[in-house]
Design a protein around this ligand. Sequence first.
Ligand code: ADE
Length: 233
Amino acid sequence: MTYTFVTLFPNLIEGYFKDSILKRAIEKNLLEINYLNPRDHSKNKHFKVDDTAVGGGAGMVMNPQPLFDALDDLKSKDEDVHIVFVTPVAKPFVQNDAKRLAKKSHIAFVSGRYEGIDERVIEKYADEVFSIGDYILTGGELASLVLCDAISRNKEGVLGNSESLEVESFETPLLEAPSFSKPQNYEGLSVPSEYLKGNHSKIRSLKLALSEAKTKFFRPEQLLKHKVTQRLS
Ligand code: ADE
């Protein structure tokens, strides 16, 4: 699977692939990472890529020309590329999107900087547009990385142990039950005794109860979804 990060600041992104799971996935040729800098496509003699907003308003907006040319170039090389824009003005990215997008052969993430991207670019090129949450980042690079990471771990072979995909939070409406490692007692704090007794059906029902408690506390609307799903099944 290929990712192309369309960004004015590839340095902000590169470091993330230099360690851990995604580094290994690149070494195993499961992932390939490319960068496309709109500045390299600017026809301005000073390679300018932004300007003040038409109609007024604070801040600079990324011009259409460098992005049109960069994205035309990308599409001419791979007509199957799936182009994703990240912006706070979009639907929230969720786990189902991560699973669905893991089936694509090539995804391009377009990151805006400054006050955003000229809307005509999004209108013309976006296959999908996502926000990663109700807050404003200084640019889209972190959001693009968040999507890339969440998508990649759903690709066969990227995670060492494919089982760890099965019972995660958001695979069901419930949040995941708490996990514990060794030792069983640490500084007077013990793991729940049921976890130690080896009765798997009891452990499963305790985990379900803990999942429900966590979900009720942190994400009550998700618990409601769980109850509806249970009633329907
Ligand atoms: N760019 C700036 N803020 C963002 C957000 N919350 N989600 C996606 N892209 C963004």
